[in-house]
Design a protein. Structure first.
Length: 117
């Protein structure tokens, strides 16, 4: 289980997923955010605080909402528009020691949507 928190602590999550890797995406938004994504199923994420303390940005193709804390501005997660079976939590909000052993894969979200490794 991973625990994630924004800088001010208003948004807190517990993530039950055990992903085989984290994803570093080079799309126009992710590279600007500097996010490192832990992909999971929405049922694997429990908001222990601040589920209503984020604001969503509906990006480009209008399929994902990027959420950030309304107090400190940290990007916390993305979720699908409508019902979906995937989401991602910004792993930069997790203690670095907790994710140190996970592989980081590079996703070409700017062009091919293929992993580059």
């Amino acid at each position: 289980m991973f625990e994630a928190t924004c800088h001010c602590g208003a948004v807190r999550m517990k993530i039950a997923a055990q992903p085989p890797w984290l994803t570093l995406c080079n799309c126009s938004l992710c590279r600007r955010l500097g996010a490192l994504w832990l992909h999971c199923h929405p049922a694997e994420v429990e908001f222990t605080a601040g589920a209503d303390a984020t604001k969503a940005y509906l990006q480009g193709d209008r399929t994902l909402e990027m959420h950030h804390c309304t107090t400190c501005g940290c990007t916390t997660h993305w979720s699908p528009v409508g019902n979906g079976d995937r989401m991602a939590v910004n792993a930069r909000l997790i203690d670095p020691e907790a994710i140190a052993g996970l592989r980081v894969r590079h996703l070409d979200g700017a062009e091919t949507f293929a992993y580059l490794d």
